[in-house]
Design a protein around this ligand. Structure first.
Ligand SMILES: O=C(O)c1cc(=O)[nH]c(=O)n1[C@@H]1O[C@H](COP(=O)(O)O)[C@@H](O)[C@H]1O
Length: 281
């Protein structure tokens, strides 16, 4: 297999060159309607192509949300394949948001679907769920190491319901979420300039100073915009780990379409606010 430079190194460089913002490609039916598009495969394709055209040559990361493509069956997935390919060709890193998680042998097939270089859906990284046990993700960790890709593991999610699982306290006194962060820190030991095994940590969660967020890996932070968090929250939520945060905005940017210039302006306003907040400016 052609081996890419590790995802963490590629991501760090992209964050340095383009800023850390991740824009989501989330073609909600309501957004298709707002954009004057039909809720069908042609509308999906137009939406996705517009976002890629507007963003892929300037933001560090694009994150397509697979569910909105799967909704249309195989033709929707074909649009997803094309979007991933075009976004990567234009220089963006693609984090496939498919939140996969299963017993190890099945997990291996999920990993192949997104992280093997010959897969039609090959992406730079994949979101995964560790709630069948962190160890069930091992085939994905192994393939990511082999192919120079990365994972974002759901540790502390942005939604209010996540706490009942992630804040649960284990017999050793640690919360489940903290345990996931510790597993990721172990994966990333010694990696420079940044490990490839990231955590998803919601920007909506308030002060997380009781958590060890310094996992030497990226922290994907959804929740900015439509879910109520703002870039100004990042230092308060993430403290010193803010330098490794990849803030995600989906609807907060996408609602400005379909005009490409308006989409770019919206993303660049978020990017400026992130940079002012994280650099203390
Ligand atoms: O893994 C994710 O990206 C994710 C994790 C999480 O904890 N919360 C969360 O909102 N997301 C995703 O991030 C995006 C947020 O979209 P907006 O709320 O429109 O910005 C959606 O695609 C969600 O599926």
């Amino acid at each position: 297999m052609t081996v890419l430079e590790p995802f963490g190194a590629r991501l760090r460089r992209a964050m340095d060159e383009r800023g850390p913002l991740c824009v989501g490609i989330d073609p909600h039916a309501s957004l298709l309607a707002e954009w004057g598009l039909n809720d069908d495969v042609a509308g999906l394709e137009r939406f996705s192509r517009t976002v890629v055209e507007a963003m892929a040559d300037r933001v560090a990361v694009l994150k397509p949300q697979s569910a909105f493509f799967e909704r249309f069956g195989s033709r929707g997935v074909a649009v997803l394949e094309k979007s991933v390919e075009e976004a990567r060709a234009a220089g963006a890193l693609v984090v496939m948001d498919a939140k996969r998680g299963d017993i190890g042998s099945t997990m291996a097939a999920y990993a192949e679907s997104f992280l093997h270089k010959d897969s039609p859906l090959f992406s730079d990284a994949l979101t995964v769920s560790p709630y069948l046990g962190y160890g069930s993700l091992s085939p994905a960790v192994a393939l990511a190491r082999e192919s120079g890709t990365g994972l974002f593991v759901l540790a502390l999610t942005s939604n209010p319901e996540g706490g009942e699982v992630q804040h649960a306290v284990r017999a050793d006194g640690r919360t489940v979420g903290a345990t996931m962060l510790a597993h990721l820190a172990a994966e990333n030991v010694g990696e420079e300039p940044l490990g490839s095994f990231g955590a998803v940590v919601g920007a909506t969660l308030g002060d997380l100073s009781s958590y060890e967020l310094d996992i030497n890996g990226p922290l994907l932070a959804p929740g900015i915009g439509a879910q109520g968090a703002t870039p100004a929250d990042l230092p308060r939520v993430f403290g010193a780990a803010a330098r490794n945060v990849v803030p995600n905005v989906s609807r907060g940017v996408l609602r400005h379409g379909p005009d490409v210039v308006a989409l770019r302006d919206a993303a660049s306003r978020f990017a400026d606010e992130v940079s002012a907040a994280v650099s203390g400016g």
